[in-house]
Design a protein around this ligand. Structure first.
Ligand code: GLC
Length: 790
């Protein structure tokens, strides 16, 4: 094992840097973002990961020559300079001790070598668009020491893809210079739109690199600092103990500072380095050690408020508590800010944000910050067309989007708005007006209705939803190439959306609308049950020529997960089929790490299905344990009242548990997008960590469905579905201006069912708790068991 969680669970403390992959953290306030490995490597951007790159992105994080290393060099008695980094990478010297504390919004790396203890705290404060490096160097030896300290980053500036693909060309616009002891970087060309001739403007961002105390030397020219035929592991400046004080015009650029320190025995010194964008920042005011320390306290308070806010659980499962209370909340917020767009260890990053990804990230943030969720919902309303379809993805910079006809995408909007209404009771929101992307505007209610009507209109003669370019599964991209293929999952998803829409309209007393859409739901449910049941499970889709995929007739891709879980979520399956299809999931798809997306994986490309068949077996959408989809099997089991099974799937998928398996390799504190499935040669290996829809859904699967405390239009529903072995647990949940302090006990050892509820000592007859607008804490006692009448 490479490390462990701190006692309070708020840090993961690595004591061995040799992790199989970089273990990453996001230091970000939602605008300035530094994506950082446990040794300090990574990538920084401002507001947009694609066109506003600051440091150079590298596929292995350390490809950039300088990855935020803090080098220390010292002249030995023999006249030879010895050097190392606090980070360990990229010089790889032996150390006496090393640790990296991965915290909420910060990394703290500390190491000791030859009696010199160095530490560097990297963080991005909540309200300023910069990053601080607070460096401490302590002389723990018995003699005075003279050290040179070097800090540096490698610049990208602007469009990161152009920078990587046409490096020398793009560097011709760089101007990086020193003024009054501060380094500045600018670029006179901004490749904001695709194609090099499309823009005639400069990058509107100016980057600074400043320090307290002022540096004794600097370099902006990469070649001067690193030297010819050398790497970041042996830069000439460090090896010789002196920067060249170079500026860079039109060449590969870095920002490097040098500090000369004379340290008495036992003496400790602090150095602050700040890098950021010159927007609302005053270097004289903000690059101060005292200010940075205050900002760090503010950062801690910021994350504390998120951890203590909204929902806090205390169950018999420590890893569950750690995940739900701390790390899953943290990951949800990072996902809310960056979805899948930010460059990561696995992906270069996109210039667009996925519509369905943004929508689903909202459900993870709702219980903690409904106001943020509301703003985002309004924002994504603008990416709907007036016919009801939505963009598949969009750019926040150009405010453009692309229409691709993935049939599930429009449906996420009405679904997520209804979750928002259940959380907040803010029904006025339905009457806010928002623009359509192609002109005109309408109320949110109308936006929802048009999305549903649009998908209702995209159906086959049999009444099933067409698959067109794909559904939730982007990789089923050629099933409906000719426009005739059908998606069973999108049909089931439409069922859930129709149920939610009917429920809302009934609540609003729009009875005609409710009854019209109820009929649509019934007809759709009937069609699915007539055409899509395969004997033991529901098939996944039909190709243009009518051939089923996900059927027992298929040799590969026989049984898919999504159409079983969604048959339950969408209330499509009658009881016997619901139990049977979820039994099939257990029988054919359960693995050591959760439920696989389908099995067996495809072993060769099939043109008539698409890219899903082109990934190697068991990886990504080709039959991995695709966590995002696996979360729905937990919810389905809980809806069926099968608490043991729901918990078993959930437990296997918590990062802390996945991380106990050496094959996993990825961070044990955040969900990955997938774990390689049983058909992969890399079975058990996590991949695409951090930016994944599983974060939001895992959190809701646990809190709303296993612990069973979920918002409804009428109030807070209590519907626990837990392992029979649990005797009690507690959950505090803020809901519409009151806090419900709920204790659930399970004296009969049941998996599901509530026998009695008491609120503030008084017996209460419904399992939907009333809405209190009194700002107070209400004590709720729930006793599970078989209900006794009278
Ligand atoms: C990725 C995409 C998401 C999609 C899923 C399945 O996570 O970001 O939008 O639903 O893959 O293809």
């Amino acid at each position: 094992m490479y490390g462990k969680f701190s006692a309070d669970g708020r840090e993961y403390i690595l004591t061995d840097p040799r992790t199989p992959k970089p273990w990453v953290n996001y230091l970000t306030n939602g605008r300035y973002c530094t994506f950082m490995s446990h040794t300090g490597g990574g990538y920084t951007f401002w507001k947009d990961p694609f066109v506003n790159g600051i440091t150079r992105w590298g596929p292995r994080l350390k490809c950039a020559a300088l990855g935020r290393e803090v080098y220390i060099s010292e002249m030995g008695d023999d006249g030879v300079i010895d050097y190392w980094t606090i980070n360990w990478e990229p010089v790889y010297r032996d150390y006496d001790s090393w640790e990296c504390r991965i915290g909420l919004g910060y990394n703290l790396i500390k190491s000791e070598r030859k009696g010199i203890e160095g530490s560097v705290l990297y963080f991005v404060p909540p309200d300023k668009d910069l990053e601080y490096w607070l460096i401490r160097i302590k002389n723990k030896s018995n003699e005075a020491r003279k050290l040179e300290v070097f800090t540096g980053v490698e610049l990208s500036l602007g469009n990161i893809r152009s920078d990587l693909l046409s490096t020398e060309f793009h560097e011709l616009f760089n101007r990086v210079y020193e003024e009054g002891g501060v380094l500045y970087a600018e670029k006179t060309f901004w490749d904001r739109l695709r194609g090099i001739h499309s823009a005639n403007e400069e990058w509107p961002t100016k980057v600074f690199f400043a320090s307290e105390p002022k540096a004794s030397g600097f370099d902006c020219l990469k070649d001067a600092f690193i030297g010819d035929y050398r790497l970041a592991s042996n830069p000439i400046a460090v090896e010789e103990g002196r920067c060249r004080n170079t500026e860079s015009e039109g060449r590969s650029s870095i920002l490097a500072l040098q500090f000369s320190l004379g340290l008495e025995a036992g003496e400790e010194r602090e150095i602050l380095v700040g890098m950021g964008v010159l927007k609302d920042i005053l270097i004289e005011r903000d690059i101060r050690i005292g200010v940075a320390k205050d900002e760090f306290s503010r950062l801690k308070a910021y994350w504390d408020s998120i951890i203590n806010e909204g929902v806090v659980v205390d169950t018999p499962d420590e890893n569950l508590n750690l995940s739900v209370n701390i790390w899953n909340k943290y990951q949800n917020r990072i996902n809310f800010w960056w979805y899948r767009s930010a460059a990561s260890y696995y992906l270069f990053g996109f210039d667009t944000f996925g519509y369905r990804d943004v929508a689903q990230a909202i459900i993870g943030t709702l219980p903690i910050d409904a106001e943020l969720a509301r703003e985002k919902l309004k924002f994504i309303s603008k990416f709907q067309f007036s016919d009801g379809n939505t963009c598949h993805s969009f750019s926040q910079v150009s405010m453009r989007g692309n229409r691709t006809d993935h049939t599930d995408v429009p449906l996420w909007y009405p679904l997520v708005v209804s979750w928002y209404l259940k959380e907040t009771g803010d029904f006025d929101f339905l009457y806010d007006e928002e623009d359509f992307l192609d002109g005109g505007k309408a109320t949110i209610y109308e936006h929802m209705k048009r999305a549903i009507d649009y998908v209702l209109s995209r159906r086959s003669d049999r009444g099933l939803v067409l698959i067109e370019r794909g559904d939730w599964n982007d990789a089923l991209d050629f099933v409906g190439e000719k426009g005739r293929g059908e998606s069973v999952m999108a049909s089931q998803m439409l069922c859930l959306v129709l149920d939610t829409w009917v429920e809302l309209n009934e609540f609003l007393e729009f009875t005609d609308v409710a009854s019209r859409y109820r009929k649509e739901k019934e007809a759709l449910k009937e069609a699915i049950n007539e055409y899509c049941w395969d004997g033991e499970w529901y098939v996944r889709a039909f190709k243009d020529d009518g051939e089923a995929i996900g059927s027992k007739q298929n040799e590969e891709g026989k049984i898919y997960l999504n159409t079983q879980s969604w048959a339950v979520l969408g209330d499509v399956a009658p009881e016997d089929r619901a139990n049977k299809c979820m039994d099939s999931v257990e029988k054919y798809l359960e693995t050591d790490y959760g439920t696989a997306l389908f099995r067996p994986a495809y072993s060769r490309p099939d043109r008539s299905i698409g890219i899903i068949t082109r990934f190697i077996r068991g990886e990504k959408e080709n039959g991995a344990v695709f966590m995002h989809a696996s979360t729905w099997s937990i919810i389905a089991e809980a809806l069926l009242g099968r608490g043991n099974k729901a918990y078993e799937y959930y437990r296997k998928m918590i990062p802390m548990n996945l991380g106990s398996n050496p094959a996993f390799k990825t961070e044990p504190y955040v969900y990955p997008e997938y774990v390689a499935g049983p058909d992969s040669p890399h079975y058990g290996e996590g991949s695409h960590s951090w930016l994944t829809g599983s974060a939001a859904w895992m959190w809701r699967a646990c809190v709303d469905y296993i612990l069973g405390v979920r918002p409804e239009l009428e109030g807070l529903k209590i519907d626990p579905c837990i392992p029979a072995g649990w005797t009690s647990y507690r959950i505090k949940r803020r809901f519409r201006d009151a806090v419900y302090d709920i204790t659930v006990s399970n004296p009969e050892g049941v998996e599901h069912g509530v026998r009695e509820i008491r609120i503030d000592g008084e017996r209460y007859e419904s399992n939907i708790l009333p809405i209190y607008a009194d700002g107070r804490v209400h004590r709720v006692e729930v006793i599970m068991g078989r209900r006794r009448d009278g």
